[in-house]
Design a protein around this ligand. Structure first.
Ligand code: ADP
Ligand code: MG
Length: 929
């Protein structure tokens, strides 16, 4: 039994070698027809599943080597970047010119393609072919391009087009070295062209020059596109993304969308780029050697390029007819066909074409047609010859389709791996005469791909219009990307602050600090905290601390011993009815929690010094005296505003007579942060918070603090810097997005600096920008979703995740898809850039503030150089991947005379409050001494 076709892949399924769908034969006749000698001959074309898998693996390996730019061992495929960065959205619209040179022999084609932006309405492209005179083909290069420019003009003259900025895609089908979407150097002429002075030149530039010389139309040559890419890009948008283009024409090649960072030849590390594999040259002795037949060797030997393009020579349409011819010659020479007589036509190279093979295999025409074709070759076939010739054709073409499938499977496994998808859903755009003419090629290809890449869900979509539409599409996409980029850059430009702008912010901050300290009108309140010293490391003892104002209420026991600070804490909830009930109830509840904590810790009866971190705006009159200005963050207990918080706490202790507590200090969280870092680093003289909100404190000369008497020593000042700019001084930097965020907030016009910096707002700023870009059609294909209109849907932690590492783009997609947004890889890139712009500005503004503070400390002390540390707390600062680095870099530039170290505080509210208390106790003791 002859086993050709898919034998080895489908054991037992195909019993008769030539059986083809729709081609019924009387059973058993084949065995009679095909002698063992014939079987032996055709057996050579059989490729087993294992062999196909080896080819798949070897090609994949070669692709990966070429991507890495490895040159030894030299990979046999080239993996050329095409600079096409995006596939169509389906919304591309406009009129585009396409110029095809080299695709159709000695002629040149001009197309006018209208993209309508919808599937529903399509406009047939108009085209015209111009024959290139022989003297031009062999003449000077300039002449050829002048001829092309002339054809363009002539073509356009026939249409009432406006003479401005027509966009042109250039399909130039000769081997080129492309270095940009619109930059491509001709390596060498092929296909009979031999114009002088073009090899080694940028053909796009030559075309542009010629169009300019011609002078009639203003045509913008946007893109240079090879036919594989054109095929992929011209594919009608379906349910699966179409990111592979496959051509089997004269030769064969494929392209696909690769992650740019995997392409060593590109500097880009973001987004995707279309790579032309150039797989026709694939060769690997171990994988391909065993499937080469004597006919392949003969074909290669007689070809113009022996040794080259071995893979293509088994698949491409230029070679299928020739392989069939060589087999027929062999069989006739052995007396197995045509009564042993070959005709002169059969014996001459190239006499059997792809068209002949396709026709003879066409199930609809039957054997009569086969006999006609054979007779046209001057042969005298017998009836039985027809079937045998069909078997030869089937053997050659089946192998071609299977090899092509193995190569395609390699691309699919590459995509599946790099996208980490369980099932790869993908459409493959197919183009070329083999697909168009050969009745079974696509069927076998599909079947084999399913076997070799079982986890892929693939559809095949034939390209329309031989890629002309695709070239227009590349041009359209490039034009769209360029326009989108312009809009994106315009949108983000106000977020890109120059060093000069930041220096202005620094100077304004400095002035506002001075006015605030002097008690003049200022957006900075510069509140004295009555903390007069940072820790000196000699503090010892056990302290209690309270932390009210964060997410939880906590009671802490802080044991400060030599060399260590040990903290035990207990979290207590504050029910809403208490947070918003009477002040008395709230403070009773707090004391109950302290009593409970003391019991648990075996501290009952002891009167430990207590520090109270109270993270609400307070006007302090002493270390242990703070008037609550107003509640925030969901607290609204009655009878507290305008009252001294420590007094309220002491009253509650008095009501609960069982306990004795010694409330020493009320502490702002910035101060706690500074103090907790100050215990380990005596140079820590500034505290910074960048969490839900932002604020800072630092050690000021007492003599500069107008509201506190005394000229000697220092005092920590709570700047309340979130309110910086509330007098309008930040107006210059404020964007329309900041205005939107401010308008929608519970405190419009307030906390303007904070609203450009802190965690509560950054996500919102990003969301407003994304909405704007969507409205302009730059994002999400212009589709507005409910989701993006929802306030606070875009969390600030997303900025951290999105900006985190090199896998960012996949992460962006996952995050936004969780929000119900579907996005392309372009969208992901844009969202990333938006996040970066917003978080960068936040960090830089924060840095300008820090610079103002450290410079003031330096000048206060009359120092040339200041070495200082800043204690920092806040989840945004701590978890964002670049925030802290950017703050530090900005400070470095704006305050070059200060050496600033940033220290992240651990539990600033607990440890800090205890240390404020400890320092106060130390200072009191010293005063007593
Ligand atoms: P608070 O300032 O209320 O004391 P945090 O310092 O923990 O609390 O800051 C909380 C804020 O940090 C949240 O409002 C959120 O916006 C922001 N945030 C949370 N997680 C992240 C993250 N991974 N990256 C950046 N910001 C975050
Ligand atoms: Mg906090």
């Amino acid at each position: 039994m002859a086993t050709i076709g898919l034998a080895g892949l489908h054991p037992g399924e195909r019993t008769s070698g030539c059986s083809q769908e729709g081609m019924p034969r009387p059973s058993g006749s084949l065995e009679l027809l095909i002698s063992s000698q014939v079987q032996e001959c055709l057996q050579q074309f059989k490729v087993t599943r294992t062999q196909l898998q080896q080819i798949q693996a070897s090609l994949l390996c070669s692709m990966e080597q070429a991507l890495k730019g490895q040159d030894s061992p030299a990979p046999s495929v080239r993996m050329l970047p095409t600079y096409v960065r995006s596939t169509p959205h389906g919304t591309e619209r406009g009129d585009f010119l396409v110029l095809e040179l080299g695709a159709t022999g000695a002629s040149l084609r001009v197309l006018w393609v209208t993209l309508t932006g919808t599937k529903e309405r399509s406009v047939e492209p108009r085209s015209r072919e111009f024959l290139i005179p022989q003297e031009v083909i062999l003449g000077a290069g300039q002449q050829l391009f002048d001829f092309a420019a002339c054809c363009l003009s002539e073509f356009l003259d026939a249409y009432p087009v406006e003479n401005q900025g027509l966009k042109l895609g250039f399909n130039f089908s000769f081997p080129c070295h492309q270095t940009g979407l619109d930059r491509s150097t001709l390596i060498s002429w092929t296909k009979g062209f031999r114009c002088s002075g073009v090899e080694g030149q940028d053909v796009v530039q030559l075309l542009r020059d010629a169009i300019e010389r011609q002078g009639t139309y203003r045509i913008d040559v946007v893109a240079m596109v090879n036919d594989t890419v054109g095929t992929m890009m011209g594919c009608e948008l379906g349910t699966r993304p179409c990111e592979i283009g496959l051509i089997v024409d004269t030769g064969t090649n494929a392209c696909y969308m690769e992650e740019a960072r995997h392409v060593a030849a590109l500097d880009e590390d973001r987004g995707r780029t279309c790579v032309s594999i150039e797989w026709g040259s694939f060769y690997d002795e171990e994988a391909l050697g065993p499937v080469l037949t004597t006919f392949d060797y003969a074909l290669d030997h007689e070809s113009l390029t022996p040794g080259a393009q071995r893979f293509e020579k088994m698949i491409g349409g230029l070679y299928l007819g020739e392989l069939v011819r060589l087999v027929l010659v062999h069989l006739s020479q052995h007396g197995l066909l045509f009564g042993g007589c070959a005709s002169p036509a059969l014996l001459s190279q190239g006499s059997i074409l792809l068209e002949h093979v396709a026709e003879m295999e066409d199930p609809t025409t039957g054997t009569a047609r086969v006999l006609t074709v054979l007779r046209d070759l001057g042969l005298s076939p017998q009836a039985s010859d027809a079937e045998l010739v069909q078997c030869v054709c089937a053997a050659v073409c089946t192998r071609a389709a299977q090899l092509c499938a193995a190569a395609l499977a390699a691309v699919l496994s590459r995509l599946q791996h790099s996208r980490q998808q369980q099932t790869l859903h993908m459409a493959v755009a197919t183009g070329g005469r083999v697909f168009e003419r050969h009745p079974r090629f696509l069927g076998i290809l599909k079947e084999t791909v399913m076997l070799l890449a079982p986890k892929c869900d693939i559809s095949f979509i034939p390209s329309v219009d031989g890629g002309g539409r695709g070239v227009a599409m590349v041009t359209a996409v490039a034009a769209r990307l360029a326009a989108d980029r312009r809009i994106l850059e315009e949108t983000l430009a106000p977020f890109q602050l120059t060093l000069e702008q930041l220096a202005v912010v620094q100077a304004q901050m400095r002035e506002a600090m001075i006015r605030g300290l002097q008690g003049e009108a200022s957006s900075l309140r510069m509140l004295p905290t009555y903390v007069r010293a940072t820790p000196d490391g000699s503090e010892r003892g056990d302290f209690l601390a309270l932390d009210l104002g964060g997410t939880n209420f906590r009671v802490l026991l802080v044991r400060v011993t030599e060399g260590s600070v040990r903290i035990t804490n207990q979290v207590y909830s504050i029910p809403e009815c208490i947070a918003q009930g009477s002040g008395q109830k709230l403070f009773d509840h707090i004391v109950d929690c302290i009593v409970d904590f003391q019991k648990r810790q075996g501290l009952s009866g002891q009167s430990l010094p207590l520090g109270f971190t109270f993270s609400f705006p307070c006007k302090q009159l002493g270390l242990d005296q703070g008037i609550l200005l107003n509640w925030t963050k969901g607290f609204n207990a009655s009878g507290c505003e305008g009252q001294d918080v420590v007094y309220l706490l002491r009253e509650a202790i008095r009501r609960r007579q069982a306990v004795e507590l010694n409330v020493v200090a009320i502490v702002n969280d910035t101060v706690g942060t500074m103090m907790s870092c100050g215990y380990d680093d005596p140079r820590c003289e500034m505290g910074l918070i960048v969490g839900t909100g932002t604020n800072a404190c630092y050690m000021e000369e007492l003599q500069n603090v107008a509201s506190v008497p005394g000229d000697v020593g220092h005092m920590c000042i709570n700047m309340e810097w979130g309110a910086f700019g509330d007098d309008g001084s930040l107006g210059m930097l404020s964007t329309c997005f900041d205005a939107s965020v401010d308008q929608a907030s519970i405190n419009p016009g307030k906390q303007r600096f904070e609203k450009m910096i802190s965690g509560m707002y950054l996500g919102e700023i990003v969301r407003h920008i994304l909405l704007h870009l969507t409205n302009l059609g730059v994002l999400f294909r212009g589709q507005k979703t409910q989701c993006l209109q929802t306030r606070d849907i875009f969390k600030t932690k997303f900025l951290s995740e999105i900006e985190s590492d090199s896998l960012a783009l996949r992460q962006v997609r996952a995050i936004l898809e969780d929000l119900g947004l579907t996005l392309t890889s372009d969208d992901a890139l844009i969202v990333l850039e938006v996040c970066q712009a917003v978080s960068r500005r936040a960090a830089q503004l924060c840095g300008a503030g820090v610079a103002a503070v450290v410079e003031k400390i330096r000048e206060n002390r009359g120092l040339q150089e200041l070495t200082v540390s800043v204690g920092v707390d806040g989840t945004l600062y701590k978890l964002h991947p670049h925030f802290s680095r950017l703050v530090s870099a900005t400070v470095g530039k704006l305050a070059p005379q200060c050496a600033v170290t940033f220290l992240q505080s651990e539990d600033g509210s607990g440890k800090g409050a205890a240390l404020v208390t400890a320092v106060a106790c130390r200072l009191t003791q010293m005063a007593h001494v």
